[in-house]
Design a protein around this ligand. Structure first.
Ligand code: ZN
Length: 262
């Protein structure tokens, strides 16, 4: 019997065993030189293949769902309900490469480059799994109350917390939300209050809270206390995070119980 989505996994995930009914990866040719570099980065590191294999090992789909890397003319990743497909835009990679590069400034140049690439891979995993959340709600007609955008962030986190590699990916996504939140603070964000997404700062704190809540003893260092003033998660929120994680894990695992493979 499969466990819940957010349960710890064996360190080696089982490979997908069922042909069909899976995320199916395609890379289209990038339209610009920048996009071609992003395409090459994703293909060389088998990034979309990796996230597809991870999702396919956990969740059965009712039909094959294309996961396509391509030039979009905008910075985005999205679920398209008409074509029942997930798109990861190459522009997302180009946009976030300098964001992560600015955060990875220690070690040798090669180490900094590798850390930036790891962050890009992690953020891409999180983005694709978020879109898979929208896709699952659509293809299985799952009930949602509250923001679907938050539910999609929850699914992405649940699929990332089960093993050490993917937990690192969750941390990269948190770093990205932190950078976007810092950028928001420099400008006028009043136009974002009506958006269906939670603010970047809220997504930053939510995802830290859920990661901490999934395993408080391993992530104690993120909690801000008198003894740990550099912690980023206020103690008042941290106290609620284990229950918050358990609630969303129960909810998503119940919604997907007929479709969980592991
Ligand atoms: Zn979304």
């Amino acid at each position: 019997m499969p466990g819940t989505l957010g349960s710890p996994l064996p360190e080696r995930c089982p490979t997908a065993s069922r042909p069909g009914l899976e995320l199916v990866v395609t890379y289209e040719a990038g339209a610009t030189q920048e996009d071609q570099q992003a395409q090459q980065f994703l293909q060389t590191n088998e990034v979309l293949e990796g996230v597809a294999a991870h999702a396919n090992s956990r969740i059965a789909l009712p039909h094959d769902i294309p996961l396509t890397g391509r030039s979009c003319g905008e910075v985005n990743a999205f679920w398209d309900p008409k074509t029942q497909s997930i798109t990861l835009c190459y522009e997302l990679i180009s946009q976030f490469a300098p964001v992560f590069s600015a955060q990875n400034t220690t070690g040798t140049e090669a180490q900094q480059t590798r850390a930036t690439e790891d962050d890009l891979i992690g953020f891409t995993n999180s983005s694709v799994l978020h879109e898979l959340g929208h896709g699952l709600i659509d293809v299985y007609g799952l009930a949602t109350t509250g923001k679907e955008e938050d539910a999609a962030d929850q699914l992405a986190t649940l699929l990332l917390v089960g093993d050490s590699l993917h937990r690192e990916y969750a941390v990269s996504a948190i770093d990205a939300w932190g950078a976007l939140a810092a950028a928001d603070q420099q400008g006028d964000i009043s136009g974002k209050f009506s958006d269906e997404h939670s603010l970047s700062a809220q997504r930053f704190y939510n995802e830290i809270c859920w990661l901490y809540g999934s395993d408080p003893s391993s992530f104690q260092g993120v909690v801000q206390t008198a003894e740990n003033p550099d912690g980023v998660l206020p103690e008042t929120r941290a106290a609620r995070c284990p229950a918050e994680f358990e609630q969303m894990n129960d909810a998503w695992s119940t919604l997907l119980q007929s479709y969980l493979k592991s």
